[in-house]
Design a protein around this ligand. Structure first.
Ligand SMILES: Cc1cc2nc3c(=O)[nH]c(=O)nc-3n(C[C@H](O)[C@H](O)[C@H](O)COP(=O)(O)OP(=O)(O)OC[C@H]3O[C@@H](n4cnc5c(N)ncnc54)[C@H](O)[C@@H]3O)c2cc1C
Length: 462
């Protein structure tokens, strides 16, 4: 008899083996395991888990279908709210959203909502279950900038309502961070991301790649010359931040975004490609978020000894608990309460090490977290060949600087209403990281939905 207080365990690749390959870490549930886990859902009348989901998936509704073995029915329930469930089932921070509100979590472990969502979505991809399409087009033309989760969601929702939607993407590949940032071992590209984007295409959304809005054309031109009646900006926050310490411009220093793009999109790990990645023997990743964990685990798989250098303690690491756990299991070395002071550079301009200082936690700062304070006289040097800076990103100012009347704040984020994505410019909406700064996939999707709602309110009254 299974223990109802515990989640049905999910199968994973063994840590030692997976540290040497780029295959997916987690295998997910099979049908039998999913149905067994679904039985743990209490089908609460006032389901708190739904309140925790930024796109308000009817969680008990889809889990009831899984319980009955009706997986296609479960997919239809999820599909009403989310266009990218196989992606969200893998990368959403469920532990701080839906699962942390699950009543089961009071006495035991919450229902494994994320793994159930992933199972249902993978089943739909394998069995090519089609999403619901618009019955007829309404004649209104909308442009979406960026093919990340916010743009894809906005485009998909509008297409379902009958809008003629074109997505303009600066890169040659669709998916935003889902393809160039999050590594293959967490989010497979061919098996998952490309297939979920195909489903958005099946809704009738058109895509144009290699179009940089602000360079190839502008928002004002799209509206004035190409007859787009509304625009949604989902251009993300791809501009990396640096510390401003000596040595940061040396060869062998990367931003995490650049390092991951070289690996994911430019296949630097593959000998058939000549993209350099400075696959060092000893790598330090500065930072403690999801992006830092991804960069560290990528460098590890490329054969390096990898150190995370983070100025606070383990309890404050901003990355998902599961990612930290996986990184530790795989052998990443955590230099906690440690902060870089200088990157040491050899006579040829290449990284040779890093001078760091030990930290302790002082009084809480404005964010409520205890402020890290340097311990005088505790500096020491680490020998390194590569440094990856993972300190956060901000939106690229290109779109704001080429669009008349588009307001941004002091963090370079586009100012937009949370409820409907409306910006300071008429008929222009925005959402996702471009508005919030670096956040999460599901929050970007929530903002894409809000933008679609705002555009529908605007154009359906026209
Ligand atoms: C390495 C990494 C790991 C992450 N891990 C997680 C995780 O585990 N869980 C989680 O929830 N979140 C994670 N995130 C955050 C999450 O991926 C982002 O919050 C999310 O992708 C934001 O979606 P978006 O649509 O706003 O922007 P993006 O995904 O950044 O997409 C923006 C798109 O717009 C395009 N674009 C930009 N400028 C222009 C232009 N001028 N013209 C045309 N196109 C343009 C870009 O090329 C890009 O394709 C991670 C982020 C990174 C970098």
């Amino acid at each position: 008899m299974a223990d109802v207080l515990k989640k049905v365990p999910v199968r994973e690749q063994e840590a030692k083996v997976r540290a040497t390959n780029f295959e997916e870490v987690c295998y997910g549930y099979d049908k039998e395991e999913a149905m067994e886990e679904a039985v743990r859902c209490l089908n609460c009348k006032n389901a708190k888990c739904i309140q925790g989901c930024p796109v308000a998936i009817d969680i008990p509704g889809f889990i009831s279908k899984v319980k009955e073995g009706d997986i296609e029915g479960a997919y239809k329930v999820i599909g009403e709210s989310s266009a990218l469930p196989a992606i969200c089932g893998r990368v959403c921070p469920q532990e701080s959203q839906c699962e942390c509100r699950c009543i089961r979590g009071i006495k035991g472990e919450p229902v494994s909502i994320g793994k159930l969502e992933r199972f249902v979505a993978d089943y739909a991809l394998e069995h090519d279950i089609k999403p619901r399409k618009a019955e007829k087009m309404n004649g209104h033309k909308v442009a979406v900038i960026g093919s990340g989760p916010s743009g894809l969601t906005c485009a998909g929702d509008l297409a379902k309502m009958g809008y003629d939607v074109t997505v303009f993407e600066a890169l040659h590949e669709l998916g935003g961070v889902l393809v160039y940032g999050i590594p293959e071992f967490r989010l497979p590209k061919e098996k998952v991301v490309k297939k979920e984007i195909e489903k958005v295409k099946e809704l009738g959304v058109k895509f144009e790649t290699n179009v940089v809005i602000g360079k190839s054309t502008t928002i004002d031109q799209l509206m004035e010359e190409e007859e787009f009646e509304a625009v949604f900006i989902g251009s993300g926050a791809g501009l990396p931040m640096f510390m401003g310490i000596p040595g940061e411009t040396a060869n062998g220093v990367f931003s995490a975004n650049e390092y991951l793009t070289r690996s994911n999109l430019m296949k630097a790990f593959d000998d058939n490609y000549d993209t350099p990645i400075a696959a060092g023997k000893k790598v330090a990743v500065v930072g403690g978020g999801n992006v830092a964990m991804d960069a560290a685990r990528t460098a590890l798989r490329l054969g390096a000894e990898v150190h995370i250098v983070y100025r606070r303690s383990e309890a404050e690491l901003p990355a998902r608990v599961e990612e930290v756990h996986h990184a530790m299991e795989e052998g990443i070395i955590f230099n906690l309460l440690t902060n870089p002071k200088e990157i040491l550079v050899d006579e040829n301009g290449w990284v040779r090490g890093m001078r760091v200082i030990k930290m302790e936690l002082g009084e809480p700062d404005a964010s409520g977290r205890r402020r890290p304070v340097e311990i005088p006289g505790s500096e020491y040097e680490i020998e390194l060949d590569t440094v990856i800076m993972s300190l956060g990103t901000s939106p690229n100012p290109l779109i704001a600087s080429t669009t008349k009347g588009l307001e941004t704040n002091r963090r370079k984020c586009i100012v937009a209403e949370e409820e409907n994505g409306q910006t300071s410019k008429a008929c222009v909406y925005a959402g996702g990281d471009a508005v919030t700064g670096a956040a999460t996939v599901i929050l970007a999707m929530g903002a894409g939905k809000a933008g679609a709602k705002g555009i529908h309110e605007l154009l359906s009254n026209k």
